[in-house]
Design a protein around this ligand. Structure first.
Ligand code: X8Z
Ligand code: ZN
Length: 685
């Protein structure tokens, strides 16, 4: 994760989209004095960097040491920074930016004006921020009881977690290989209702293969989130739209899309999505057959959508955890070098030093001494900390840190390289003004970090660094297993990453009626998944996704997944790689390092289209899925052969699928007809 791009979800640059509107589209002041504008931007740069440092350090202190005191300090700093945002917005909005001669100053002013909800009156500005804070807190405090247990008895004193080490619940808490439920004869159960999404519930969805247990956690987590969030979300939609309109946008969706600087952004994204659908459908069809074999035809229909609780993840967004059910060649290994890392005595520090060496081998910058002094690279034993991996820029050109509870596993080795790529990005754009210290568009940070990880997580690289030695297995089988696990992570993810903001934009545009029904219509149309039990408008299933209720745009993850392969292919090309793309490793290539540095150095001072044009040596200025499709080509060919006898590549939905979530209007024939029609429409789209 890149903490900046996650937090700066609303850095809005609408400069290029303006040609579709009249010139006075935005609220704009009358001051056209260029010297005053430059003076304001200089002061803003200094003050905003200072403010950013104060907020970031207070956030760092809280997440690495969770105490009530640190939480209060952080909220105080956030309140001060909100005031600064409103004040700066007013000053910036007083200028007539269109009459400023310097393009970079115009771009900076637009970023201040259009990135904010400060156009709202004071009370509403405070209200929307308060609503988002509350929604995050409700989401983060969601807890469920263990499966099949009596409710927690508050009179029984709760033991320390490590005092009931052999309980079922504790197996999910500890970072241990999970033992399947069926294999556990003598496990005792804890009845404490304190299972959280991360790690306990996620681990159950990833590892349990008991359908009723999967259904239980799927349903219970939604009960503990959606209904508590729905009314706040409705109010949030209204205020976000009001802020957007007051800034000059049609609605909050348009405001969220503005940083992409593409006047036909929705069509561009849809075009990309359409190009990956055939690959997704091949993967989907193959996975469905394996799930049918595992769970039977009463649970999975041979040509139907897949029930959403069977795919190893709360939102059916990443299917990596069901690799054991879908492995192409079970007799060949699933590439995992964890055992070899442990044998060689790897430590978290050594993993970070390796990641640093990966980037310096490309001619990029080493991490500064402050990084090594201040980062949190392992789980602290003496205090409570949030463990999600993240990379931090403290906005002072000195202090950069990573927070990661690193364990010696291959997964964490990849994550280490990913987080270090974010640090490298920060170092590369450090000389830009504060407003441009960001990715070229919101997808770039994640895309660059993942492109680097693609060069680390592949067989030639793992061989090169002495962690993988394949002696006895068929290389084709090993490579197909590898590519399947990548596809379960990347290809399976694409329709989900696409649909979240399709839904959100439709809510901002058309209103909040039938929100849950619309969510499931899109889940069915794009992902081919259905709820495993009936849903209605009392439920609010989008509320089970953090990014929806915490006001973070999501389309950046779709674009980042596409762009990472495009960047990866360019780096492979310049490094002289020949052969399959999934076997490329650009480690030690100074030429790849130069291209990476070019992508990162300009930050967001130029439109993404300029960066892509330079990166592809003029071939295109658009994000394109061709590299992703090329990467997975060998797997796609294999999938086509596996699916040759299938009646349907993809899914068809019927009356019963749609009846799970669509409101039933009228009665008898009318209700039936309406559901059939909805099923047909979902299919036709
Ligand atoms: O939210 C994240 C990161 C922070 S930027 C943890 N991700 C998306 C998600 O969890 O839905 C990373 C993958 C996609
Ligand atoms: Zn990241």
């Amino acid at each position: 994760m890149d903490i900046l791009s996650c937090a700066k979800a609303f850095v809005l640059i609408a400069f290029l989209t303006r040609n579709v509107h009249s010139d006075d589209y935005f609220r704009m002041g009358v001051n056209s004095n260029a010297a005053e504008a430059m003076q304001f931007l200089r002061e803003y740069d200094r003050e905003a960097s200072g403010m950013c440092y104060r907020v970031t350090i207070s956030q760092w202190r809280f997440v690495t040491n969770i105490t009530e005191y640190n939480r209060r300090r952080m909220l105080e700093e956030l309140a001060i920074s909100s005031k600064f945002e409103r004040l700066s917005w007013r000053k910036a909005a007083a200028f007539d930016y269109s009459r400023l001669p310097d393009a970079q100053s115009r771009r900076q002013l637009l970023k201040i004006i259009q990135s904010s909800r400060a156009a709202l009156p004071d009370d509403k500005f405070t209200e929307i921020q308060q609503l988002i804070t509350e929604m995050k807190e409700i989401y983060n405090s969601a807890k469920i009881c263990p499966y099949g247990q009596k409710p927690y008895d508050p009179h029984v004193p709760r033991p320390e977690p490590n005092q009931y080490p052999n309980t079922y619940q504790n197996q999910y808490q500890l970072n241990q290989p999970f033992q399947h439920y069926q294999q556990q004869e003598n496990v005792e159960y804890s009845n404490y209702c304190d299972m959280q999404l991360d790690p306990e519930i996620s681990r159950i969805l990833a590892h349990s293969r008991i359908e009723s247990e999967l259904l239980y956690v799927w349903k219970s987590f939604r009960e503990q989130t959606g209904p508590k969030l729905k009314s706040r979300f409705v109010k949030y939609v209204q205020l976000a739209n009001e802020a957007a309109v007051a800034t000059g946008y049609r609605d909050a969706g348009e405001q969220m899309r503005a940083p992409y600087e593409d006047s036909s952004f929705r069509a561009s994204v849809e075009e990309i999505y359409n190009q990956v659908v055939p690959l997704y459908k091949q993967l989907f069809t193959y996975v469905r057959r394996r799930l049918l074999q595992r769970y039977g035809e009463t649970t999975v229909r041979s040509d139907g959508p897949i029930p959403a609780h069977l795919l190893g993840n709360m939102w059916a967004q990443n299917w990596k955890s069901i690799m054991d059910l879908v492995m192409p060649f079970p007799q060949a290994p699933n590439v995992d070098v964890t055992a070899e890392m442990l044998r060689q005595g790897f430590t978290p520090l050594r993993m970070f030093q390796m990641a640093e060496e990966f980037y310096t081998s490309l001619g990029l910058r080493p991490a500064p001494p402050e990084f090594w002094r201040n980062s949190m690279l392992a789980r602290p034993s003496e205090r409570s900390a949030q463990c999600t991996a993240s990379a931090w820029d403290f906005c002072n050109r000195i202090d950069y840190r990573i927070k990661q509870c690193t364990e010696v596993t291959m997964q964490d080795l990849i994550s280490t390289h990913h987080e270090m790529a974010h640090i490298q990005y920060y170092l590369q754009y450090a000389e830009q003004p504060q407003l441009f210290r960001d990715g070229a568009n919101p997808a770039f940070h994640e895309a660059v970090a993942n492109a680097a990880s693609l060069s680390v997580y592949n067989l030639p690289h793992l061989q090169r660094i002495g962690l993988y030695h394949n002696k006895s297995h068929d290389p084709y089988e090993v490579s197909m297993n590898f590519m399947m696990s990548m596809a379960l992570e990347k290809v399976a993810y694409l329709p989900f990453a696409f649909m979240v903001d399709q839904w959100r934009w439709s809510i901002f545009e058309d209103g909040v009626q039938g929100m849950n029904n619309r969510w499931w219509q899109m889940k069915l149309r794009f992902q081919g998944v259905i709820p495993p039990m009936p849903r209605n408008e009392e439920d609010f299933d989008p509320g089970s996704k953090y990014h929806v209720v915490s006001d973070q745009e999501y389309i950046k993850y779709f674009l980042a997944t596409i762009l990472e392969f495009q960047i990866f292919e360019q780096l492979c090309l310049v490094s002289g790689h020949k052969g399959h793309l999934h076997e490329c490793d650009f480690y030690r290539s100074r030429d790849a390092g130069r291209v990476l540095s070019e992508i990162m150095q300009s930050g967001s001072s130029k439109p993404a289209s300029d960066i892509i044009r330079t990166m592809t040596k003029g071939k295109t200025n658009r994000i394109s899925p061709e590299s992703l499709v090329r990467y997975f080509r060998p797997l796609e060919l294999w999938l086509r052969v596996q699916n040759r006898d299938e009646q349907l590549i993809g899914w068809s939905s019927n009356y019963h699928d749609v009846a799970l979530f669509a409101p039933q209007r009228g009665s008898g024939c009318v209700a039936h007809l309406s559901l059939w029609l909805t099923a047909a429409l979902v299919l036709l789209y």
